[in-house]
Design a protein around this ligand. Structure first.
Ligand SMILES: Cc1ncc(COP(=O)(O)O)c(C=O)c1O
Length: 355
């Protein structure tokens, strides 16, 4: 946990801002927390290959490393527009011995179908999930790994929420916020795993009446929680995933290509959607410029460069601070710094410097 003293000073706020830093994990993001657990169980089951999709590449990097740790092969379908924008994540996966293919992929029937209809399809998490599941189904010794959206992934990630309470207390020496849990817990939301991991251990306290605020920051490129409809749908385009009830932009929605590959989902998971529906969770959406500007401010004040996805959470925190200042409140704000932005510098450059 990192207290953002300089950012607080820059903002002139009485709010206390803490960053839960997952960018310092070996692969550069929180995704490693579940990749290791899933690779372990796949190896225990006697599988030889891990197959998955990846958006911006953070999840793929974690699967590639976890596969190596347990002596497994990794085959990864990466959203095409992200692969073109972030080639270094591909190089990292390949250095670990992973096979990386762009999605939509000519390697699968669903990928060929999507490309047949639109040869310039930029890819999305919906296409990449389909490519990966179809490919895994064709190999009995393969295990398909989900990077987000599923209960077991959320469960592994709950260590985020467990750690914040412990770290606020042990490192910062006080009972901060509601019962030492902070007052506002903020995370970006794509498939919802860093968000659910952060808030999961605190849901019971909130249900019991604690005045905790949970906030999801999504991308305006796929604004499901703020603009979607609540309906049954699938998280992939090929029809391999079960229909789940959630906030959705619809299966025909192609999120515009941007530098925020980890938040370009067309359909929200059942759990995140239900929490939103029941008003346990608030949601806000930011365009990538606003998110990257928030990321730049964090770099300039704290010296920390976060992934564009995490920039959405920082942008949300800035809004919470502004509101608290207007109300003369001094809350404890915990922001999930979900990943490092060193391999996203091209995006920062294109959006903030090239224009
Ligand atoms: C750095 C980073 N943060 C957040 C996310 C969003 O994932 P989730 O919504 O599952 O937490 C991703 C997804 O790829 C990511 O790479």
């Amino acid at each position: 946990m990192h207290r953002a003293h300089r950012l607080e000073k820059y903002l002139g706020t009485g709010a206390r801002i803490y960053l839960k830093r997952e960018d310092v994990l070996p692969t550069g993001s929180f995704k490693l927390n579940t990749a290791i657990a899933q690779a372990y169980y796949a190896a225990e089951e006697g599988r030889t290959t891990l197959v998955t999709e990846t958006g911006a590449g953070q999840w793929g990097m974690s699967v590639a490393l976890a596969a190596k740790m347990f002596g497994l092969r990794a085959e990864i379908f990466m959203v095409r527009c992200s692969l073109e924008q972030k080639p270094y994540r591909r190089h990292y996966m390949e250095l670990l011995g992973a096979k990386v293919r762009p999605s939509p992929s000519t390697h699968t029937a669903i990928g060929r179908k999507i490309l047949g209809e639109n040869p310039d399809h930029p890819g999305s998490l919906g296409t990449a999930i389909s490519d990966a599941i179809e490919h895994a189904l064709g190999n009995p010794s393969a295990a398909y790994l989900a990077g987000s959206g599923m209960p077991h992934v959320y469960l592994h990630q709950t260590l985020l929420g467990l750690e914040i309470a412990q770290q606020l207390k042990t490192t910062h020496g006080e009972d901060l916020g509601v019962d030492g849990r902070g007052d506002h817990l903020i995370a970006c939301s794509g498939g919802g795993s860093n968000l659910c991991g952060l808030i999961g251990p605190h849901l019971r306290a909130k249900a019991d009446g604690a005045d905790l605020r949970f906030l999801a920051a999504e991308s305006t490129a796929a604004p499901r929680l703020t603009q979607g409809v609540y309906a049954y749908g699938r998280t992939d385009l090929g029809g391999y995933t079960p229909e789940v009830l959630g906030y959705t932009m619809g299966e025909s929605f192609i999120p515009p290509p941007n530098h925020v590959g980890g938040l370009r989902n067309h359909h929200s998971s059942a759990l995140v959607s239900l929490l939103r529906r029941e008003r346990v969770l608030d949601a806000v959406a930011f365009d990538q410029r606003t998110a990257l500007e928030a990321g730049r401010l964090l770099l300039q004040t704290e010296g920390l460069l976060l992934a564009p996805e995490a920039g959405h959470a920082v942008a949300a925190a800035l809004d919470v601070v502004a509101k608290a200042d207007a109300e003369n409140a001094e809350p404890v704000i915990v922001v999930l710094a979900s990943g490092s932005g060193f391999l996203d510098l091209q995006g920062y450059n294109e959006v903030l410097l090239d224009a």
